[in-house]
Design a protein around this ligand. Structure first.
Ligand SMILES: *[C@@H]1O[C@H](CO)[C@@H](O)[C@H](O)[C@H]1NC(C)=O
Length: 332
């Protein structure tokens, strides 16, 4: 399968046509295009129309993703080529989820969340995509604990279900989203959605509460639904936690209790939202892995990482009593 990865990347490089823009390269007419290897020119129509001497990054017909131009099209931020390269080992025969996750499914799922990757300037939008895939790549990684070819951060999206779950993740006290007989609510899909109440709440959000509680394996058979569950978790504030989306776009503002707990806005806070148990206990392998994926993707986009990447010294959201459930957001 290594051979497949190699032949894939060489066929990719043939996509980067001779004469196309490379990072910071001067084009005829000596315009410096604000690009990374993955994006010819910017995401705006200015570049797509080949003004400024810059090439469009998406003139290869990704109509499913909205094609070229249009600031609000996801495909102008994350092209199919980049998606494939970010997750390029996911079809390796050693990956249990080989063949499951597709660009089409991701783009179809994102249509249900119009604010995803469309908020703020281009760098903010790319950072949100990098953060989403950074966290979900860690959740599904096949690169930890062995000498993985290409390094650990080339192995996102290798799994779609938790291996050796420690429990059936059924909170029996929860009456609103009761567990179905014989079902287990261990991690499934890109975000590894866990617990009956999360399957129930996600299901309710799309009018399929009963279906998701009775058949959580839907997240293993329907890739669009699987991505949708991860994007739902990403976009939805729960309890006193802000949404991951509001944090990465810079809308969330820490309250005094957050500041006292070391919870400042950045990628580390998103780790705290997704798996607070990994926070407040110093440097750890899981935290480093989450950050490693994020940095790789930010580097591919050519955007900065922002501040506060880890939650090593943040108190977990679950660790304090609060009587004020409000969140403070500014508009972006
Ligand atoms: C992985 O498999 C999916 C589904 O068959 C396919 O769409 C995609 O192009 C493959 N990607 C890579 C990098 O092998």
């Amino acid at each position: 399968m290594r051979a497949l990865a190699l032949s894939f990347s060489s066929s990719f490089s043939s996509f980067v046509l001779p004469g196309s823009a490379k990072q910071g390269e001067n084009q005829p007419g000596s315009v410096v295009c604000p690009i990374s290897q993955w994006r010819y020119g910017g995401a705006t129509n200015d570049y797509c129309l080949n003004k400024n001497g810059c090439r469009c990054n998406c003139n290869n017909g990704d109509t499913a993703a909205g094609g070229c131009g249009g600031r609000h099209k996801l495909g102008s931020i994350l092209t199919r080529e980049m998606f494939e390269e970010m997750l390029h080992n996911r079809n390796d025969t050693r990956c249990p989820a080989a063949g499951f996750y597709t660009y089409e499914a991701f783009v179809a799922a994102a249509k249900s969340f119009p604010a995803f990757a469309t908020t703020g300037d281009d760098a903010t939008r790319m950072r949100e995509v990098a953060a989403f895939f950074g966290q979900t790549s860690h959740e599904t990684t096949g690169g930890l604990g062995w000498n993985a070819p290409g390094g650990p951060y080339a192995w996102g999206y290798c799994y779609n279900k938790e291996i050796k779950p420690k429990s059936d993740y059924c909170d029996r006290r929860n009456q609103q989203f009761p567990c179905a007989l014989g079902q287990k609510y261990y991690g499934r899909g890109p975000i590894q959605l866990s617990w009956n109440y999360n399957y129930g709440k996600f299901g309710a959000s799309i009018g399929q509460q009963k279906q998701l509680l009775e058949n959580p394996d839907l997240l293993l058979t329907d890739a669009t639904l699987s991505f949708r569950s991860a994007l739902w978790f990403w976009m939805t504030p729960q309890w006193i936690k802000p949404s991951c989306h509001d944090v990465i776009v810079g809308a969330w503002m820490p309250l005094s209790r957050d500041e006292a707990a070391g919870r400042l806005p950045g990628y580390g806070l998103i780790t705290n939202i997704i798996n607070g148990g990994q926070c407040g206990r110093g440097r750890n392998t899981a935290g480093e892995d989450r950050i490693g994926f994020y940095k790789r993707y930010c580097d591919m986009f050519g955007v900065s990482y922002g501040d506060y990447l880890d939650c090593y010294n943040q108190r977990n959201f679950g660790k304090e009593f609060v009587d004020d459930m409000s969140l403070k957001l500014k508009s972006i």
